[in-house]
Design a protein around this ligand. Structure first.
Ligand code: DC
Length: 223
């Protein structure tokens, strides 16, 4: 059976996960936060003290279970949603996610989930690599200052220690690394819709994407 898929890519803290979560809820689809999976791999590597520079040091992923329940990631049956948001994980996740063996493993899990369910998936390479046949692809961005402001607010609301200037620098560094890595970098798919949300209301953005997606799915049904 051909399941429906909505792909949202873009740089760090562009509002992807907020919009994706709202859309998944409204559509009754599964929300897959692929960034959380790269963070989880980084978190486990840090705990196991492996050499983060060595692409071959991640074979532990072969015996790692990653599953989503209600939009939250469970690794080896443990809810790790908050543990993967630390500065230490954020500072190392770009490096870990640039390793080919890590990407091959996590992309396979993502594709398997999308094969068996309707999904809203967000990340960096969803429209280009993971789900090249997604029904709708969005490339969502916002100015780096606005993205840092949003992430800072999000952290404060979740009780995570936060400093605006540090976040701004971290985001700039991560974006540069993610878009210049050799293997599957962050890039807009040719058939993706470009959306700059700097001055847009997130609820309005969600409504617009929802309406467009429903129109596409209805047209697909009547084909
Ligand atoms: O969405 P996020 O900021 O939580 O993602 C964390 C990191 O994971 C990001 O800096 C790049 C990487 N990532 C990736 O390479 N490919 C994805 N599909 C999702 C995230």
């Amino acid at each position: 059976m051909n399941h429906n898929a909505l792909a949202i890519d873009g740089p760090a803290a562009a509002g992807k996960s907020t919009v994706a979560k709202l859309l998944a809820k409204r559509l009754g689809y599964i929300y897959i936060d692929t960034g959380a999976m790269y963070r989880a791999a980084t978190y486990k590597a840090l705990i196991q003290n492996v050499d983060l520079n060595d692409p071959n040091a991640f074979s532990f992923l072969d015996n790692t279970k990653m599953e989503f329940h209600d939009g939250e990631l469970y690794m080896d049956n443990e809810n790790i949603a908050s543990k993967i948001r630390s500065h230490q994980v954020s500072n190392n996740v770009s490096l870990v996610s640039s390793h080919i063996p890590v990407r091959i493993k996590l992309v396979a899990i993502q594709q398997k989930i999308a094969k068996n369910a309707n999904v809203v998936m967000d990340g960096r390479d969803i429209g280009t690599v993971v789900l090249p046949h997604a029904d709708l692809k969005i490339f969502m961005t916002a100015s780096v200052e606005e993205r840092a402001r949003r992430r800072h607010e999000e952290n404060l609301l979740s009780g995570i220690e936060s400093e605006y200037t540090r976040i701004l620098k971290d985001i700039e560094k991560r974006d540069k690394f993610d878009s210049t890595r050799l293997y599957n970098p962050l890039r807009q798919a040719e058939d993706a819709l470009y959306l700059d949300t700097t001055n847009l209301d997130i609820n309005e953005v969600t409504d617009n994407i929802y309406n467009l997606f429903i129109a596409i799915i209805n047209a697909k049904r009547s084909e």
